[in-house]
Each structure stands twice: as C-alpha cells, then as structure tokens.
Design a protein around this ligand. Structure first.
Ligand SMILES: Cc1ncc(COP(=O)(O)O)c(C=O)c1O
Length: 398
C-alpha cells in the first residue's frame, strides 16, 4: 500500500511563536489552585480593582438600547471621537477621528500595527526587558527582533544613542513601551522625543505602547503623541484595560497616520471586525466620564509599589530598581543563581510557585535572565503575605 505523503500539521507562522509566558504561568497557577493550594498571586498583569460603576452602567444601558449589532470596523464615530479628544486633553496630541481605530484590546492594536508595517526580514528594534508578546508578534509577522539592552544601574534607561547604534537599512520599526512592563521604567521625555525625531528622520516607525501611560508616577505625564513633528512615523497603541480596570472588556485603540490606521482596519476587517458594540459604548463612558477613578487607582498603586519595595528590600541579596510607572516590580535575583537547584530565574519562579505558593513570572519571558516580575496590583495584605513567603523561601535557599 502506498504510504501517504507526510503532511505538516501547522503553518510555519504559528510554529514561530510560543504561548504567552504570563498566560502559561496563570494556567499553571490555576491548576494548583484547583487542587486546593492557597496561592499568593503576583503573576497576572491586571488591576485588582473592579471596573468603575458608571462604565458598567453604560454597558448595561447599551445592551438595553440594543447596541448589539455589528459596527464599522474601526469603531463607532462617538468612540473614535472620544479617543482622540481624551488623548488631546491629557497629552496635547492632535489626532483626528479617522486617525484612531478601536480594537479588541491594546494587544490587537499592537498586533495589527506590527502586521501591517513589518515584512519578512524587516528588523524591529526591541528594548530589553520587553513585554512578553512583542517578540512573538514580530516573529509571527516574519520580522527579526533586534534587541537593545537597557542599563539597570540607571533604572533600565534607554538612550537615543543605544537605539541609533542598532539602526540598519533594514530597520523598519522601533518598539517603545513606557511605562514599561516588566520593569516599570519610564523613559525621560527628552530621550523619547529624541528617538521619535531620529526615527522620523530615517523613515522608521516608532510603535509606542501606551498601555500604562496613565500609570506614570514621575509627575511628568508624557505621550509620544505630543511630539507632533514626528507623528508621520508614529503609531500609538493604547488600552482601557489598565487605566479603567477593564482588562476583561477587551478594548484598546491605536492612533496613527490615517493610511496606517486604514491598513489596520483592513486587516481587522478580515479577523475580528469591530470590537463589541456595547463595549464601545462603555469605552465612550470611560473616556468622556469623570476621571477621578483613574487618579484614585493611581494613588493606590503608588502606595502598593512603596510597600512592595520596602518588603522586598528586607530579603538579603535581592536588589530592585524603583519602578516609576505601571504596577510591576522587577527584582534582580542573581545573588541566588548557582545556589542548589537554582540555575535560572525560571527555576526561581517554578520553585516559588510550587514550594512557597507565590506566583511570579520569570525574567526569561521578558528577555532577561536575572529577574522575576511581580505584579503589585493586589491588596496590601496579599503583598505582605506573599513577600513574607518569598523571604522565608529565599532564606532557606541561601
Ligand atoms: C505592555 C503591554 N502592552 C499591551 C498590553 C495589552 O493589553 P490589553 O490587550 O488588555 O489592552 C499589555 C497587557 O498586559 C501590556 O502589559
């Protein structure tokens, strides 16, 4: 009998990527939890707050009003208007509604932006540490990640000079994420501006991930969108997930040149179409309604950051750069590498999970080998409980 030809199972495209490491940690933790383990969870990157009531009310009203059908792919006009107005009011940008697109989460906005800009063999400059999904989204599109190291001793600072050194004729885009996940680093506005102008001069796109732009603790709020003279080569990806505690609603957006936004809408028209109508209405309520909730959550994150840092500093050998934004700390655990059974940050993460029942994400997911990431978007009690467990575990391991 003739043997059947060997058929590959999946596309090369999907073979180039891995499951999101943070999602993998969440899944592993969920298994332990289902088995009855009492975990302290510093893993997932999401606010512990509930979505503000007026946003929930808007969604419920929208359902009652039958906002239950397809909408235009880039979003209802009201939402596109609300996105650009909010951004202009907060950061001095000057986008028009046709330069805005709403997406199913900021992640899809980033995915679409990268897919429409990056071709096979194009280089994309990616500062390290990086948010876990960038590498895979770039590689899925056939792009090549060109990593740029940041200086931990200077708070993970990224300078225009280090970026410029990595530019080649094949450079297509630069990813900037400030405030940064996982390090919490916030780029100095002058460094950010210099990189935007440098890229614009060379016809290279900057994709600015502003998912945490409202969680900037430096007192100097800044968006790339305020650098009007470089906007021709700038795509901003924003999200309502963290700003308004709306991770599960899946609402994000992009701002950029109308042609880029149009290409993103074309791609989106062949995948998810618009994000859900009632969610868009909730987004309008979030962006046009009272912003006090954002300030209150931010104030609480600052308190939780300080508490987490104070407690972590009590663990001998662990050092931690003070994060200036987002809701993560990124302690350096290199003092423990080489101790029995600890050869990598991955080992630390795994053993903390199984032996101390503390969920963290190992630095390998973010491109560094000497760190673990903790999200402090949880209660003060959980932070105390979790870091105490960590302290006991590290004491046993030294
Ligand atoms: C740096 C960064 N960018 C983008 C996202 C995507 O957020 P969402 O898709 O929920 O809007 C996240 C989520 O964790 C993030 O940390």
């Amino acid at each position: 009998m003739a043997t059947l030809p060997q058929v590959k199972q999946f596309s090369d495209r999907v073979g180039r990527i891995e499951v999101s490491a943070t999602m993998a940690v969440v899944a592993e933790a969920a298994k332990l939890k289902a088995g009855g383990a009492d975990l302290v969870e510093f893993g997932a990157g999401e606010p512990h707050f509930s979505t503000p009531q007026h946003i929930k009310d808007a969604a419920i009203a929208a359902i009652q009003q039958n906002c239950t059908r397809y909408t235009a792919v880039p979003g209802i006009p009201e939402l596109r208007q609300a996105i650009v107005k909010r951004h202009a009011a907060d950061f001095g940008s000057d986008y028009k509604p046709e330069e805005a697109i709403a997406s199913t989460g900021g992640k899809l906005a980033l995915f679409n932006a990268i897919q429409v800009l990056v071709d096979h063999g194009d280089e994309v400059i990616l500062p390290v540490p990086y948010w876990v999904s960038f590498k895979d989204i770039i590689e899925y599109g056939g792009g090549k990640c060109v990593y740029v190291q940041t200086d931990e001793s200077e708070g993970f600072r990224l300078t225009p000079e280090t970026i410029e050194r990595k530019m080649t004729p094949r450079t297509r885009a630069i990813i900037l994420n400030s405030p940064n996940n996982p390090s919490g680093a916030v780029m100095a506005p002058e460094d950010f501006t210099a990189i935007l102008r440098l890229a614009h001069k060379r016809g290279i796109y900057v994709i600015a991930d502003e998912c945490y732009v409202y969680l900037n603790y430096t007192g100097k709020d800044f968006s790339a969108g305020s650098v009007i003279d470089a906007r021709e080569h700038l795509v901003i990806a924003g999200s309502l997930s963290k700003t308004y505690a709306m991770t599960g609603w899946r609402l994000g957006y992009a701002l950029g040149p109308a042609a880029v936004v149009g290409a993103m809408a074309k791609l989106q028209s062949q995948s998810t179409s618009s994000t859900a109508h009632m969610i868009q209405k909730a987004g309008v309520a979030a962006l046009t309604g009272p912003q006090q909730c954002v300030a209150e959550m931010k104030a609480e994150y600052i308190r939780l950051r300080d508490l987490t840092l104070n407690l972590l500093h009590k663990i001998p050998g662990i050092t931690c750069v003070k994060p200036e934004g987002a809701f993560y700390v990124y302690p350096n655990i290199s003092a423990y590498l080489g101790k029995p059974g600890i050869n990598s940050a991955g080992d630390v993460g795994k053993r903390l999970l199984h032996e101390a029942h503390v969920v963290t994400v190992p630095g390998e997911a973010f491109g560094t080998r000497e760190h673990i990431r903790l999200s402090y978007a949880t209660s003060a009690e959980e932070i105390k409980r979790g870091v105490e467990r960590m302290q006991a575990w590290f004491a046993k391991s030294s």
